[in-house]
Design a protein around this ligand. Structure first.
Ligand SMILES: *Cc1c(COP(=O)(O)O)cnc(C)c1O
Length: 446
């Protein structure tokens, strides 16, 4: 194994840099962008079906989570232009951004304040629907708000949901499952923040804590769930339903861009920057966008330098057969939402021809960027979410990409979306501590 890794470190410069814990931008040589027949596996039909299911559930969501009433039970976030942050990035970080910079504020998604409110909630709703339909308690034409009734809570209470999480997935799954009436067990890796565990326990969720990393928490959760016939396991390493829940974002963003009168085509390229842990969220969102915009959207994944599992997996083509430790990298990062050492078993492979590149970023810069966004736009997002600015710090590599794609003349008309994946649920006290850390790191970086 070791020898094979050394071969990749020697022959792919970005893998070599990443293995030394250095920031880098890997450009994907396998990107073709063409949809092929194989895509029927997770086709636009399935994404549409997921979108329809979320619509059926909207009356229920609106009823039990009144904070969604503005959007009538549709869980969606704002897409906001952040011109002051763009200035900051260009002046202070020498980012050279042309065109518009937007923030996709999944950090402020209702219910669980992170991108996991897309995939995680979708998967549980789908499971609940399936159980209720099979039991003859529900039909698809009915008003799903009836699911809030005590008879349904009693019915779902016979079933158990389990999931492994670094924090945010557990929050989403835990909150929605407990609301429906399921028994829930969340297996939390060592990276998970205390307040997330406390919050879940306050909602009646059973939280099991592990001293080990994410992979181990998932493995244990899966094992316990498999041994219980009434238990359903949300499998972040393999789940197509999670992926589809994320992919619905494509259609939603399309509508938002249209409302903002922002055009996307060859001469108006769209760039999307997605923080990546195991790959499900960024993969699903990128997949959804690719189905709509094809070659006109350019999707980059971003990872912490110490947890760049997707970069290793995709650049070597070994995907989930490798983990960051194989390359001598720790997997430990302050960006708890991205603290994953081994990529998903299917996302990297599925996205091989779609992803434009993967960039890495140092933890201390995440804190710094978090503070910058707060100061320029008065928006708080968590450190993981700030990885969405990582590519802007890789000027030379990014320019190379623009040139390769023949986009140099169109960059003034480009639109960049930094996908802010989490933050809203972070308690005030924690947020203050993060910002203070940003202050400290500022001195180190500048
Ligand atoms: C989970 C998470 C991600 C990445 O999602 P994956 O599916 O693990 O790749 C990014 N940011 C935050 C805040 C998250 O919680």
């Amino acid at each position: 194994m070791k020898q094979e890794m050394e071969y990749y470190m020697d022959t792919i410069p970005e893998v070599g840099l990443a293995a030394r814990g250095k920031e880098t931008l890997w450009l994907n040589p396998n990107k073709t962008g063409q949809n092929t027949q194989a895509d029927v596996e997770i086709s636009s039909l399935k994404i549409r079906d997921a979108g329809e299911r979320l619509k059926r559930f909207a009356p229920y969501i609106q009823k039990v989570f009144p904070e969604t009433s503005k959007s009538e039970g549709i869980i969606e976030s704002e897409l906001r232009e952040i011109p002051e942050m763009k200035k900051n990035l260009n002046i202070k970080w020498n980012a050279g951004i042309s065109g518009k910079l937007l923030l996709k504020m999944d950090s402020h998604l209702p219910i669980s304040g992170s991108v996991k409110a897309r995939g995680g909630i979708y998967e549980i709703l789908k499971y609940a629907e399936q159980l209720a339909l099979l039991a003859g308690l529900l039909s698809p034409e009915e008003d799903y708000s009836k699911l809030a009734g005590p008879e349904f809570r009693k019915f779902f209470g016979q079933y158990k949901i389990q999931v492994g999480s670094t924090g945010n997935l557990g929050l989403s799954i835990g909150i929605i499952s407990a609301k429906l009436g399921f028994q829930v067990i969340v297996h939390m890796s060592a990276d998970a923040r205390q307040w997330k565990k406390d919050l879940l326990r306050s909602k009646g969720v059973q939280v099991i804590e592990y001293k080990s990393d994410y992979g181990a928490a998932v493995a244990q959760g899966r094992k316990e769930s498999d041994s219980d016939p009434m238990s359903y396991f949300v499998d972040d390493e393999n789940s197509e339903d999670l992926f589809l829940g994320y992919a619905v974002a494509g259609e939603r963003v399309k509508r938002q861009l249209e409302e903002m009168k922002i055009q996307v085509d060859r001469e108006h390229p769209l760039f999307v920057y997605l923080p990546c842990g195991i790959g499900g969220a960024p993969g699903g969102v990128a997949y959804g966008l690719k189905q709509i915009y094809g070659n006109h959207v350019h999707c980059f994944f971003t990872e912490p330098v110490q947890a760049c599992c997707m970069l290793f997996g995709m650049a070597t083509g070994l995907h989930h057969k490798v983990c960051v430790q194989d390359f001598g990298i720790s997997g430990k990062t302050e960006a708890d939402g991205l603290a994953v050492g081994r990529p998903s078993a299917f996302v990297g492979k599925l996205m091989e021809k779609y992803v434009s590149g993967i960039s890495t970023i140092e933890d201390k810069k995440l804190y710094q960027l978090m503070k910058d966004l707060m100061e320029t736009e008065n928006i708080f997002i968590e450190p993981s979410a700030c990885a969405s600015f990582a590519v802007f710090l890789q000027g030379e590599g990014f320019r190379q990409y623009i040139e390769n794609e023949g986009l140099t003349n169109y960059m003034e008309q480009a639109v960049h979306i930094a996908w802010a994946t989490g933050g809203n649920m972070v308690p005030e006290k924690e947020a203050k501590a993060y910002l203070a850390a940003g202050e400290e790191f500022h001195k180190e970086v500048f």
